[in-house]
Write a protein that binds this ligand. Sequence first.
Ligand code: LLP
Length: 417
Amino acid sequence: MESYYTENTRFYGNTNPKRLLEKYGSPLYVYNENILRERCREMVKLVSYPKFRVCYSTKANSNIHLLKIIHEEGLHADAISPGEIFFLQKAGFKPQEIFYISNNVSPQEMEFAIERGVTISVDSISQLKQYGALNPGGKVAIRINPGIGAGHSEKVVTAGNNTKFGIYPDLIPQVKRILKEHNLKLVGINQHIGSLFMEPTPYVEAAKTLLSIAENFDELEFIDFGGGFGIPYRKQEGEKRLDLKALGEQLDEIIGSWTAKRGIYPTFQIEPGRYIVAECGVLLGTVYAVKQGYNTTYVGTDLGFNVLIRPAMYNSHHDVEVYDENGQPVKLNERQNTTVVGNICESGDIIAKSRLLPKIKEGNILGIMDAGAYGYSMASNYNNRLRPAEVLIDKNGNDVLIRRRDTFDDLLSTFNF
Ligand code: LLP
């Protein structure tokens, strides 16, 4: 299968997986700056409507150095917490470039955004009332549940009838009453149908719904269709990319006819997270043990689910590449049924289940592909393991440490002794 080693040469710049692990330790997150910039640029030109804004969804990867690059590419950002707002500001995002999409937050968290001049979206009637009491006369956005959801797992479908997110459209009269009561200015409406769609349809349908809901409000400054743009995780099987051109054209069409009909021209925005950062990241790990099981060969690595939880949490697929002790791709002559596991004390600690992989030996290096989104940002210290370092392959192909590995002292740093 020729497509097995996908981005290999291009990805690692002037170095290779072996040299990276020798220099920075294993496991290791490696990001490629050129790929990151390419993805940002694709999104920025998604539609031709001039008042268009891309808000990178920080939760996918909040490494401050990546945020700086994303900011340089002219993106805005959405945040889900004060901690993300804090990181975004550290990376140089101005308050007006940050959109706080809150969900069930305390008054203190609302105040955090208000004090900084960050626009906040609330997603329930009760939070809208609390916001109104805190910031009468202020600006606010509301998150709508358009009734259409999509996603790679039910855990990440965030609209429709089975989700905690968003305000149902039939509550709009009540929203209007509360806005008036507190003299609030509704500056935007937003939605997010869920994470990872590979066909334009659900996104475009939900966008149409949001536009019809937008007709209830005058003077909206922005309308936000949300994120969820999928990437092909099964490149080794030839999975096709999301057709951004078709999606962009359909969005342009509905935006064009809506704005022409109403004669108003708000800013339109989207909130991609995964699409921006997933493919610029590879997680490298080392094989320490090989064990013949009854049905599969277990390959034991340092890639526990504390490092990348997506396979354990959502049964997610990540392509696996195998490199030899010199960091070169292992030849594909012999393939066998292989299950790649980590070093955590749970049987669910599986990063790739029953795959046809090249024959793997102790000392080989594995590349877990497309790991830049929801990888490090969901990593933990479970089992008192240290989160890995993060390295950037910069635009010239040089490797730069952008975040060091945790230390034992980091683990102790929050205790009172
Ligand atoms: N906007 C909002 C309000 C969101 O909640 C999210 C993601 C996004 C935008 C960005 O979605 P994206 O473009 O990345 O699909 N941990 C899961 C994904 C959770 C997504 C949560 N919300 C995973 O690893 O697949």
